[in-house]
Design a binder for this molecule. Structure first.
Ligand SMILES: NC(=O)c1ccc[n+]([C@@H]2O[C@H](COP(=O)([O-])OP(=O)(O)OC[C@H]3O[C@@H](n4cnc5c(N)ncnc54)[C@H](OP(=O)(O)O)[C@@H]3O)[C@@H](O)[C@H]2O)c1
Length: 275
């Protein structure tokens, strides 16, 4: 079982330095897949109301035999429930679906700023935390402006901001803005799903030099730049492989070559509507 480091965020919150993406792991097969990930050592599990698998992740935790307090069960509030009373009910529904007695982390999934309700949603998360429904609260796909708005409104800083991060789309400015505010960065799509990142000649060359797979190299890069990556795999061997990244040490030259791959991309949270 790998020794996964813990990172410290707002108010002393402790979070594993890598987590499991669970998008598309559903049904009884999904429970089995999340359980193999838990057996491999994952303790931070990333789900969402909109993934239709909060029950799968909760069931896998319950069946695992691993103490409940070892986990960070993380879910996300959908855009259609940003209004204060709807947000509260959706968080309660997430709790019921999970089968747990408390959620560990709830994020606003997307800001949907055209609807103008993300600050209201944030206030509902702050209240849900005060009422004991959830231990930690955070955001996803928030730009520095969105962060500024909710922190200014409430005085409460999110523990983390989950954004797209991989060498093609490293989002340097957003990560810097998170760090300036003491907000941890979680990175989704760390393996570059939907792009040719894993076949990029720079990535394959550096991976070969270290004698590791491109997946391990990409995840070691996330760790090296201080991001908590959330690789998704439903395969037990690949889940274990993706945890074996903490002794892959990249040189400054390698980090520079990977930084040069940056090409932008990803949805613009100011215009992207996801409900
Ligand atoms: N907040 C948001 O808006 C947002 C958006 C997107 C994603 N996310 C979160 O981030 C998680 C990860 O992102 P993602 O699913 O987009 O992409 P990803 O983790 O970059 O890539 C997942 C893909 O890589 C494959 N894979 C995993 N490990 C591998 C390995 N060692 N070797 C070869 N292939 C491997 C998986 O297939 P197998 O399963 O067959 O191994 C899957 O097809 C999601 O599951 C979700 O939890 C959040």
């Amino acid at each position: 079982m790998p020794d996964i480091p813990l990172l410290t965020g707002q108010d002393g919150a402790r979070l594993p330095a890598i987590g499991l993406g669970t998008y598309d792991l559903r049904g009884a097969e999904g429970v089995r897949q999340v359980r193999t990930a838990i057996d491999a050592g994952y303790r931070l599990l990333d789900t969402a109301f909109n993934y239709d698998n909060e029950g799968v992740v909760g069931r896998a935790i319950a069946e695992s035999g691993v103490p409940r307090e070892s986990f960070v069960y993380s879910t996300k509030l959908p855009g259609r429930y940003h209004r204060h009373d709807l947000a509260r009910k959706a968080i309660e529904e997430s709790l019921f679906r999970s089968g747990l007695d408390r959620l560990d982390l709830v994020l606003i999934h997307w800001p949907n700023p055209r609807r103008g309700l993300y600050a209201e949603a944030w206030r509902a998360l702050v209240e849900a935390r005060a009422d004991g429904l959830v231990s930690m609260i955070g955001v996803s796909n928030f730009t520095p402006e969105h962060l500024h708005r909710i922190i200014g409104d409430t005085g409460v800083t999110p523990v983390l901001n989950q954004i797209l991060v991989n060498p093609y789309t490293p989002h340097d400015e957003w990560r810097a803005a998170n760090a300036e505010r003491g907000v941890l960065t979680e990175g989704y799509t760390p393996l570059g799903k939907g792009t040719d990142l894993a076949e990029d000649p720079v990535v394959t060359a550096i991976a070969a030099d270290h004698g590791v797979s491109t997946s391990r190299l990409l995840l070691a890069w996330s760790v090296a730049i201080g991001v908590i990556p959330l690789p998704k795999s439903g395969d037990a061997a690949r889940q274990a492989e993706n945890l074996d990244v903490f002794d892959v040490e990249l040189t400054d030259d390698e980090l520079g070559r990977l930084a040069a791959l940056s090409r932008g991309g990803g949805a613009d949270p100011d215009t992207h509507e996801e409900l």
